[in-house]
Design a protein around this ligand. Structure first.
Ligand code: ADP
Ligand code: MG
Length: 153
């Protein structure tokens, strides 16, 4: 399997696209990324249905030794995990309107991962979030990681 490495957080880096061959490699990438994050950080996950957003969050939780089942919290919008550090996993696919459903507050003392951030316009304008864009290829995925403060293409 090809190695994946999270680019080190240099703010002047040109966004780098990583090829991620399979599910296991995606989880490993997630395990590398979580080591760079701190409580209060937010990661926006972009990508079509089946791109691997939930797989990425599973990789994070596995790296933090969570041993339960992780599903996309589509109906309840977000799920909290009592890991170290604690995690919020949100899936906004079914979000309608701009109601505050407590994401900001939940994320204050956790690290937050958000699937379908496009559904919550106020998230998209934030410049303090990590952004992970997953593109489905015929075989594998391209993953682009944008650090906080990097220009959003
Ligand atoms: P999403 O949450 O973006 O809708 P999921 O993570 O639920 O997507 O599903 C991704 C699916 O694609 C899983 O069935 C996973 O096994 C498969 N898959 C195949 N190749 C990859 C890859 N390189 N990275 C992530 N998932 C992959
Ligand atoms: Mg999902």
């Amino acid at each position: 399997m090809s190695e994946v490495h999270v680019p080190l957080p240099k703010m002047d880096d040109v966004p780098e696209t990583l090829f991620v061959a399979d599910e296991l490699a995606m989880k490993r990438l997630a395990g590398e990324l979580i080591a760079l994050l701190h409580v209060g950080d937010m990661v926006l996950l972009f990508g079509d249905l089946g791109a691997g957003k939930t797989t990425f969050v599973r990789g994070v939780l596995e790296a933090l030794k969570w041993d339960g089942i992780v599903r996309s919290p589509t109906f309840n919008l977000m799920q909290l995990f009592d890991t170290k550090p604690p995690i919020v996993h949100a899936d906004l696919y079914r979000l309608s309107g701009e109601d505050d459903f407590g994401l900001e507050e939940a994320g204050r003392d956790r690290i937050t991962f958000v699937e379908w951030p496009e559904r919550f316009a106020s998230l998209l304008s934030r410049t303090d979030c990590w952004r992970i864009k997953i593109e489905i290829l015929k075989d594998g995925r391209n993953v682009c990681i944008l650090l906080p403060g990097e220009l959003v293409p």
